[in-house]
Design a binder for this molecule. Structure first.
Ligand code: FES
Length: 190
């Protein structure tokens, strides 16, 4: 399976068990995620696939099609679950405030993949749902929904705040590179 097909497959199927087994520190379905301490994401970090046969390989502009997403870590920093990001490729014309547009590139926008409710790992959905426009990010634990076209604002469910954005750019090879810190605190906050 090539990288592009895997991107669609991994998120369309949404097999949370597979994610949980492959990503250290990922959610428990009923409780707060166990968060490991480690090196935090920093400007200049390249994002790499978090799981699957491409795990550890750079995420590039060609890794996915529009309206697809992948889970990614900064290279060599997967020991800190707080670094996990969901990288979405959207229609650039549909990205709007409060998205930090300067922190996107060719429709690629990255957010924390840690739900702000109780810390589950969020997923990308291509399917329309009653409460949410297409496309959207959702959380499998308690139905939280986020709008990736508008700064991952909360569309529904119990999350108290948006998913923090991780600013990125594409380098000369088309690889996704971090340009700054997350826009806010990650996951559960007291
Ligand atoms: S952890 Fe409850 S909605 Fe995400």
């Amino acid at each position: 399976m090539d990288r592009r097909r895997f991107a669609g497959w991994s998120l369309k199927t949404g097999i949370i068990a597979a994610i949980a087994s492959a990503v250290p520190g990922v959610l428990t379905l009923k409780g707060r995620a166990k968060v490991a301490a480690g090196a935090r994401v920093a400007p200049g970090d390249h994002l790499v696939f978090a799981l699957g046969e491409n795990a550890g390989q750079p995420v590039t502009e060609g890794s996915f099609s529009q309206n697809e997403a992948v889970l990614a870590y900064p290279a060599n920093k997967s020991d800190d679950h707080n670094n996990l990001a969901i990288v979405c490729k959207l229609d650039p014309a549909e990205l709007a405030a409060p998205t930090d547009i300067a922190g996107t590139d060719h429709g690629i926008v990255a957010y924390s993949a840690i739900c702000t409710h109780l810390g589950c790992t969020v997923r990308f959905s291509e399917e329309p749902m009653d409460q949410a426009p297409f496309p959207h990010i959702h959380c499998p634990c308690h139905g939280g929904m986020f709008d990736p076209q508008h700064g991952a604002r909360v569309l529904g469910g119990p999350p108290p705040r948006p998913l923090p954005q991780l600013p990125i750019k594409l380098d000369e090879k088309g690889e996704v590179v971090v340009t700054g810190p997350f826009s806010g605190p990650i996951g559960v906050q007291a």
